[in-house]
Design a protein around this ligand. Sequence first.
Ligand SMILES: *Cc1c(COP(=O)(O)O)cnc(C)c1O
Length: 455
Amino acid sequence: MKYISTRNNNKEFDFKTVFIKGLADDGGLFIPKSIKKYSNEELQELKKLNYNQLSVEIINQFSSDFITKGELSSLIDKSYSTFREKEVVKISNIGSLKLLELFHGPTLAFKDIAMQFIGNLYGYYLSKNDEKINIVVATSGDTGAAAIDAIKGKNNLNIFVLHPNNRISPVQRKLMTTVEDKNVFNIAIEGNFDDCQNIVKSMFSDLDFSKSINMSGVNSINWARIIAQSVYYFYSYFKLNKETVSFSVPTGNFGDVFAGYLAKKMGLPIDKLIVATNENDILHRAISKGDYVSKKVKETLSPSMDIQLASNFERLIYYVNNSDADITADIMNKIKQNSYHIEKNNLETIQKDFVSESCSEQETLDIIKKNFKDNNIILDPHTAVGVGAANKLSFNDCVVLSTAHPCKFPNATNNAIDKHEKLPEELQNVLEKDENFEVLKNNTENVKDFIKNKV
Ligand SMILES: *Cc1c(COP(=O)(O)O)cnc(C)c1O
């Protein structure tokens, strides 16, 4: 399969480049030149597969010029062997809604599903190429832990993770900072998540620097992550035996919900994708009113969604502008100047596939309370936002993506119901282990110096 950049669709790239580089040199995001749409008969065949087999079929559509189907199959088996659920994900009931539990991986958030896969994809690449790669990634809490678990101990790979100092939950932090492998480096930035992301972006666009350390990225714009996430939309659709299904997706960087949009483009009969946000509601304002203007980031109970500019939104902008790379580049410029309002006809196109809602802090707590009382389920605050959005929009039988295990966010659940879930036994020791991280100023040069020193 050939790929192009959202800001220039004349130049073609292969899967290897898309995966290793993450971001195109022109600043755009990679997307496939064309997307295969499954017929109904093909969907019936896919329905017979277990989770791992389904992953292989779907991912292979995108990666066959890089890894053979047989090798992909062993790579997938290895990636998901560490999960607590044999079928990787689990569907449960919560009142009339379904919860798609995506948090049964090693670091208790949905990000493990894509990250375990790409960690092994790096391993596969390095087994065939004599190189050293330095991964640099910004995290609002969960990406970092998932990436570290996927990369730790791998040969010829280092990982540097930037998190906003004091703005992630202690469990989130300890899952990252107690890992002892020598190829793992944690950096706490004195700033918020957007500051961390901006530092990483400016290091990538400094081509001298990024080439000198052979820098690679695993954040949610990496296409390899998106395709691994599309799989659970297919899987849960097949399990539910319905004509069409809507999904409510707790959203930050627009990666997870974009994976649902990709599944729809591949022919999966998805009705609506609900973009559920916390009080950082730029995407809700954008999708409901066309108002894509960022405000100051607020700290909320659901820190993994405390994001203003959603990087993956660029991919949607490209598609709704009829795959016009020049228009996309123009719009991205407007977004940079914080003056983008979505055109009326484009907004109508977006609203065919997406609806949105946001939940306040109090609403999030109320949802956790109510579901504990009515259903005896403790929801993590991100999932609670997904449930709240579905409720507010009266989607009474949709699938809510449950993106994190409640034990990762004891503050929120203690606050709501004076209870918290315990960490699974095998992870309880992280609470006691020594932590190791460096606090750095919100300054790109400082971070570059730190990294240069370590590689
Ligand atoms: C990352 C994350 C999200 C947001 O996912 P995006 O792909 O960034 O939209 C939601 N919930 C949890 C628990 C997360 O870790």
